[in-house]
Design a protein around this ligand. Structure first.
Ligand SMILES: *Cc1c(COP(=O)(O)O)cnc(C)c1O
Length: 361
């Protein structure tokens, strides 16, 4: 095998090596079935067990009560932008949104396209989404409050769950799910595309509280109704078996190798602190997010000129450090240090940054 690079890709992103090794075994013979995971029936007992164990692990890791359903859907987080308002804003109700960046903006746009009533109760657009708003008033009787817990592109993250009183929270946790513990009770629905913190692309984790399932209007197509998938335990139609299998391995890794979400948070905090501490000491690299809104997952920074940034990205790649280019919409640099990134990779990045600053400062 060729040497693995330090992979800071924003998504699809690095996965634990053991997960890749177990997947490659299952590619040839899935659990002694004599078939590949790509060939087994989704109705077989061996595959149903994968789904069943994954649901149990999600429930244990997040400490979910009995009234939550765990679903594996397709269409990415992007389809949730429309499924959420379609299913969960009933006639006569309106939803609240907080706009903290590109993905939140896209979520709001889908409510708009559907002609659903909504209010953007707070936004950080005035300063290029470089902070998490602190001033917001949730509308009384709102259908839900939607927010993006980690802003993958802008490098900001909510430090704590927003307060919404009795209004159910809905969160796009695509880029920080399972990176830290949180209290699930205020949430009506949580969704996350798997390809950042949870597995490969092709599957989206949706956690939905049972009372939300009853809201869907009658005229929603079968595949776009949450209740369709809840009633059939995510096996209404053929699911992405390989993706779900890989998610099951990542969940096992989080639970058994890392030791759960408290341990995961300690590990993530240690990695992010190392990198931010170095950035703050250097005047060569400048973080783009406000200090109290900084993300533990995506660290965004700039160098003195775009030319120097280009050089930084090109030279980092030559040194086996991949994926450090900022999103095409914002430029600059970004290190995505999701759950699977080893502390050693962050150390290697800092060593490279020091050397690059010394040579080019
Ligand atoms: C990547 C990302 C998305 C888009 O996910 P897809 O699965 O590609 O649709 C949405 N929200 C956030 C926060 C993301 O990081």
């Amino acid at each position: 095998m060729t040497a693995r690079i330090h992979n800071f890709n924003p998504g699809p992103a690095a996965l634990p090596l053991t997960v890749l090794e177990e997947t490659s075994e299952a590619m040839l013979d899935f659990k002694g079935s004599g078939m590949s995971i790509a060939e087994v029936s989704h109705r077989s007992t061996v595959f149903e067990e994968v789904v069943h164990h994954s649901v149990s692990r999600v429930k244990r890791l997040l400490n979910l009560s009995e009234d939550y359903k765990v679903l594996f859907l397709q269409g990415g987080a992007s389809l949730q932008f429309s499924m959420v308002p379609m299913n969960l804003i009933p006639q006569g109700m309106a939803a609240d949104y907080i706009n903290t960046g590109t993905w939140a903006t896209k979520a709001i746009k889908e409510a708009e396209i559907l002609g659903k009533p909504y209010t953007v109760i707070a936004s950080s657009e005035d300063r290029n989404f470089s902070y998490i708003p602190e001033d917001y008033h949730v509308s009384t009787g709102a259908a839900y409050l939607h927010y993006t817990s980690n802003n993958t592109i802008k490098g900001t993250q909510w430090n704590s769950t927003p307060m919404a009183g009795k209004v159910p929270l809905i969160s796009d946790m695509s880029s920080d799910i399972f990176s830290r513990p949180f209290v699930p009770a205020p949430f009506g629905l949580i969704y996350a595309g798997a390809q950042k913190n949870l597995g490969p692309a092709g599957v989206t984790l949706v956690i939905i509280r049972e009372d939300m399932l009853e809201r869907s209007p009658k005229n929603i197509p079968t595949m776009l109704r949450y209740s369709t998938h809840a009633e059939k335990n995510s096996l209404y139609n053929t699911p992405p078996c390989i993706s779900i299998f890989m998610v099951s391995l990542v969940l096992k890794w989080i639970e058994e190798t890392i030791g759960g979400l408290e341990a995961m948070e300690r590990r993530n905090r240690q990695k992010a602190t190392m990198l931010y501490d170095y950035m703050d000491k250097s005047d060569f690299y400048v973080g783009t997010a406000d200090k109290n809104s900084r993300s533990m997952m995506n660290l965004t920074f700039r160098l003195k000129s775009e030319e120097l940034e280009k050089k930084f990205i090109a030279e980092s790649a030559k040194n086996s450090l991949g994926g450090l280019k900022g999103h095409r919409s914002v430029g600059g640099c970004r290190a995505s240090i999701y759950n699977a990134i080893e502390p050693e990779s962050v150390k290697a990045l800092i060593d490279f940054m020091k050397e690059f600053a010394r040579k080019n400062g």
